[in-house]
Structure formats: C-alpha cells, structure tokens
Design a protein around this ligand. Sequence first.
Ligand SMILES: NC(=O)c1ccc[n+]([C@@H]2O[C@H](COP(=O)([O-])OP(=O)(O)OC[C@H]3O[C@@H](n4cnc5c(N)ncnc54)[C@H](OP(=O)(O)O)[C@@H]3O)[C@@H](O)[C@H]2O)c1
Length: 236
Amino acid sequence: MKISDQTAFVTGANRGIGRAFISEFLVRGAKKIYAGVRDVHSVDRQLSEDPRIEIVGLDVTDPGGIARAAGVATDASVLVNNAGVVAFESLLDGSMAAVRRQFDTNVFGVLETTRAFAPILRSQQGAVVNVLSAAAWFSAPANGAYCASKAAAWSLTNGLRLELAPAGVLVQGVHFGAVDTDFSAGYDGPKISSGDVVRASLDGLEHDAIEVLVDSHSRAAKEALTGPPNAFVERM
Ligand SMILES: NC(=O)c1ccc[n+]([C@@H]2O[C@H](COP(=O)([O-])OP(=O)(O)OC[C@H]3O[C@@H](n4cnc5c(N)ncnc54)[C@H](OP(=O)(O)O)[C@@H]3O)[C@@H](O)[C@H]2O)c1
C-alpha cells in the first residue's frame, strides 16, 4: 500500500498519537485525512486550516455519531482506530463505571467504528490500523481493566483481519509500551515518542505488515506469552 494513494480516517485525532498520525499522513502525501475528534473546537490551527484535512465530530461510544462519520467519509481507505482511555484503578475495588468506559471505548468503540466503515474499506481494498498496546499481553494491578480491554481489542483485531481479508482489506495491530502523551503523564519510566509509533505503523502499512511491535516492551511482552503465566505481569 502506498500512503500517498490513501484517504485516512483517524479517531482521537486532536492530540497524542492520533494527532501524530495526522502529521505523518500529511508528510507521506496522503490524499485526504479525516480527523475524528470528540470536540471539534479542540483541534489546533494546523488541523483546522490544512485543505487536506476535514474535521469530523466523533465519539466512538456513540453509535449514531459513528454512523454519521461513516456517512461523511465515504472515500476513506485507511481507518485508524486510535481513540482510547485508561483508568488507573483496581479491578476489584475500582468503579465498574470506569471498567465499562474503558471497554466501551477501547473495545466496542473499535468494533462499532470498524463495522460502520467496513463497506467503504472493502470497496477501497483498504486497511484498518488498531492502536493496541504491549498491555494486550500482560496485566498490572494498577490498571487491570485497561490491560483486559487491550487484550480483547487484540483478539478483535485478529477476528476482524480474518473477516476483512477476503475483500483485500489489511488489518494491522500496533503494540508498544509507554509513549510520551497526556495518557502516560503519571508514568516516570522511559517513553518513546508518538512519532516513533506512527512511523512504525505507516512503514508497516507500506510493507503490508499485519502486526507492528514498535519497541522492546512490546517485543518482550509478546515473547513472554510462551513462558509460564505468572510472567504476565507488568513489564514496563
Ligand atoms: N500513551 C501511551 O503510553 C500508550 C501506550 C500504549 C497504548 N496507547 C494507546 O494509544 C492510543 C492513543 O493514546 P494517546 O497516548 O494518544 O492518549 P491521549 O493523549 O490521552 O489521547 C487520547 C485520544 O483519544 C480520544 N478519545 C478518548 N475517548 C474517546 C471517545 N470516546 N471517542 C473519541 N475519541 C476519544 C481523546 O479525545 P479527547 O481529547 O476528546 O479526550 C484523545 O484524542 C490509545 O488507544 C491508547 O490506549 C497509549
């Protein structure tokens, strides 16, 4: 796939890794980019003034909004399911509302957005990029529900890949550890940049890679799956 031939739709595009996807699609000459954002007033000037970018209001937990977004972006060939949330709460003692919010966004949001865009992507023989995490492959007491949601999103990625492959749609899962965004502001360990993530993902798309392991955390987490289960603890 040549990025310069593509029209992309990115969820959670106003900041963090989603914003970096927009910049990298621009650098690689994408034809057009739809920036899916919860609040259309939250976008910076470069996003709102670039003629190749169209801002689309989208909360991935709102089925009506997802349907409207797919109705606008009828020429999209690459869907980037990037929007995600984390709550640093115990599985047992944290709020169930926080658990549900993470699954609604990180799992059902990905599925429902992909379902809405599937006819468009099939007609374009395009691609889906699911922004996952090394946390798909381990757990941690501080954010067990988030890890579980990313494990579910990984399995979803594998299932969607099988269902979309006959129409020539590639489904890529992207995994990595901590990235320097608002999301990981409370984490003091080493972080890669959002640019590292998006360059690895789009390099991967250009080479038809269905899985991209961006850093040593994601590679170590995946490798540990073949070992004893008590090794599936936080590795970051
Ligand atoms: N940063 C890390 O260390 C890290 C590590 C592994 C994986 N990830 C994954 O990378 C992805 C992006 O994370 P990030 O670091 O860029 O986080 P971030 O800086 O917190 O940005 C999150 C983005 O998701 C959007 N969003 C949240 N809920 C949404 C919803 N219901 N509908 C639409 N958009 C929604 C936010 O919009 P608002 O501005 O409106 O809140 C924001 O644009 C997530 O899927 C995350 O799980 C991040």
